[in-house]
Design a protein around this ligand. Structure first.
Ligand code: ZN
Ligand code: ZN
Length: 105
């Protein structure tokens, strides 16, 4: 169950441009979140057309919104990284052959 929750959290805080975990997460006015560098690059291409749209829902923004790092999301990403690191450790311990069933430590 914990594994499934991790996956769902990963989806929620992953960037739909690079499909990776958000790096320096920013939230655009429609509520979608991207890495700062991904959306900046995306919008640099949009500059020629004069409007800037959300890669996910296609909502357009004018003028180009000023992006600020989403502190809450950034902390969530860090937290998730820690959780995934921990579960990786559990996995290698489990599959590494030293099984101590019922031993929590
Ligand atoms: Zn990205
Ligand atoms: Zn959007």
């Amino acid at each position: 169950v914990a594994q499934k929750e991790n996956m769902m959290a990963s989806v929620k805080i992953s960037c739909s441009v690079c499909l990776d975990l958000l790096k320096e997460p920013v939230t655009v006015p429609c509520g979608h979140s991207y890495c700062m560098s991904c959306i900046e690059t995306y919008w640099d291409g949009d500059d020629q057309r004069g409007n800037h749209s959300c890669p996910q829902c296609r909502k357009t923004f004018f003028p180009r919104p000023v992006l600020e790092k989403n502190i809450m999301l950034a902390e969530l990403v860090e937290e998730l990284k820690r959780i995934e690191l921990r579960s990786d450790l559990c996995y290698s311990m489990f599959f590494g052959g030293t099984r101590h069933l019922g031993d929590n430590e």
